[in-house]
Design a protein around this ligand. Structure first.
Ligand code: PLZ
Length: 445
């Protein structure tokens, strides 16, 4: 075994709790954080990382956590994955930045070619690269507006699209994302989602018609540039829409000249047991937005879509200083190679099967719903026998997991969803141990 603080997959693959959580070194760092960093930046679990890889995160006190979060669905191929680390090291020696808009480079073009190839649909495509998910979502809106010469944008209940001004308007939840930060961008309209657990008796096509009715009556298809939707909602609660919801919506968009934009920032890159979540229902979006898992932790995002739409903005209309940074591009190419080489789409599916089976076997009346696809799984916690959200229990379970060395995240409009996003480099024994811990925590709670 190599040095356990070098990160990457050589890291000892074990859960190890050797101090109080957070430990003394983390507490000291956290005091400095509180004195130096704006309090608006919260922390879920204030243990300070020194290394991460495979299925663990190691903190400064020597604790080793099982990682069921992947830094919010980013380190899908694992932290410091070998091909990523090698590609980044090589690129950083060659050059770090020129700005693609000044003197371009091959890695950007190769990432665009790869995205055009692996995203849903065989039509002619173009891609453009940015830094964050929110920035890419904003650019998808710019592209849809120039292409359609329309202004209105439709989004959904529970949606999350980012924290910039336009994407705050597109995001549904007030606290903590929007409160006090208005005024927000105009021409953003919200339609009802398909939320099977809370929409009993309404199938996917019916839920889509309910949304379409709102858009037709309140906006008018002729004014609508784009429908922007997460094929599985992330921050909103890992909500998998009922079968037929996305295809019905897509069909209506096609019939009405509305650009269908899939926000796959959280669901993309093998996470859900398909390269993209749209693939599960054969949905071919006009534009697809990617980020997070695309580059193994380096900041990169993209919009990919139909050539005629992508080419609608004038020359010079899209860009940014860092968009498609060469180091991030090198990482992205290594991520795509790793997914392919290691069969990570299948690995995500296998992880999903294991997680869903185990979580269902808890048979706990406080777990109202177990849902997800691939390695994007969640449980929604309720007061037994009702659909009343139990955010307190959710917080308590997450806190207990953290204390015992398991990183889990919460989400959901009502704060009552525990979500699990293990890196696909998670070894089976740690996946099983994390699930055992959760089962015990529910027994004790
Ligand atoms: N679209 C679907 O999930 C980011 C946000 C965490 P950025 N989700 C995690 C937080 O509290 O800020 C996200 C997403 C979907 C867009 C975004 C935005 O991506 O890279 O955070 O800008």
């Amino acid at each position: 075994m190599t040095n356990q603080y070098t990160g990457g997959p050589a890291l000892l693959q074990e859960r190890r709790v050797v101090t109080e959580i957070p430990g003394p070194e983390s507490c000291a760092l956290h005091a400095r954080k509180n004195a130096a960093v704006a309090q608006g930046v919260g922390t879920t679990l204030p243990v300070y990382t020194v290394a991460a890889g495979g299925g663990v995160i190691v903190d400064v006190d020597g604790n080793s956590f099982i990682d069921f979060g992947s830094g919010i669905a980013v380190t899908t191929v694992g932290n410091s994955a070998p091909l990523v680390a090698a590609a980044v090291s090589e690129q950083v020696q060659a050059f770090t930045h020129t700005c693609f808009m000044i003197t371009p480079y091959d890695a950007y073009v190769r990432v665009a070619e790869a995205l055009n190839r692996i995203t849903p649909g065989t039509h002619e495509k173009r891609s453009v690269l940015f830094n964050s998910g929110a920035e890419a979502v904003e650019n998808a809106v710019k592209i849809a507006r120039t292409y359609t010469k329309r202004q209105a944008i439709a989004v959904f209940d529970h949606a999350y699209h980012g924290r910039t001004n336009l994407t705050m308007a597109m995001t549904s939840k007030n606290m903590p994302y929007k409160s006090g930060f208005g005024p927000f961008a105009s021409e953003v309209y919200r339609a009802p989602l398909s939320y099977p657990f809370r929409d009993v008796g309404i199938d996917g096509p019916a839920a889509a018609r309910r949304a379409i009715d709102v858009l037709e009556k309140q906006v008018g298809a002729e004014n609508l540039a784009a429908v922007v939707i997460e094929p599985i909602q992330g921050e909103g609660g890992f909500i998998v829409p009922a079968d037929g919801f996305l295809p019905t919506l897509l069909e209506w968009c096609r019939a009405n000249g509305v650009v269908f934009v899939a926000d796959e920032v959280q669901t993309g890159f093998a996470r859900t047991g398909a390269m993209f979540a749209c693939d599960h229902e054969g949905v071919v979006p006009d534009l697809i937005v990617t980020a997070k898992g695309i580059a193994g932790g380096l900041p990169l995002s993209a919009v990919t879509g139909r050539a005629e739409m992508m080419d609608a903005p004038h020359v010079g209309g899209l860009g940014g200083t860092y968009g498609g940074n060469p180091i991030a591009c090198a990482a992205a190419l290594a991520v795509i190679e790793t997914i392919d080489r290691d069969g990570l789409v299948e690995r995500a599916r296998a992880i999903g099967t294991t997680m869903l089976e185990r979580l269902l076997s808890f048979a706990d009346p406080r777990i109202g719903d177990v849902r997800g696809r691939g390695a994007m799984v969640a449980i929604e916690l309720v007061k037994p026998g009702t659909d009343e959200p139990d955010a307190d229990l959710t917080r308590a379970v997450a806190a207990a997991a953290h204390q015992q060395g398991l990183v889990v995240l919460t989400c959901g409009t009502y704060g009552n969803v525990l979500r699990f996003l293990p890196p696909l480099s998670m070894p089976d024994h740690l996946l099983a141990e994390g699930l055992d811990l959760l089962e015990q925590i529910f027994k004790d709670a």
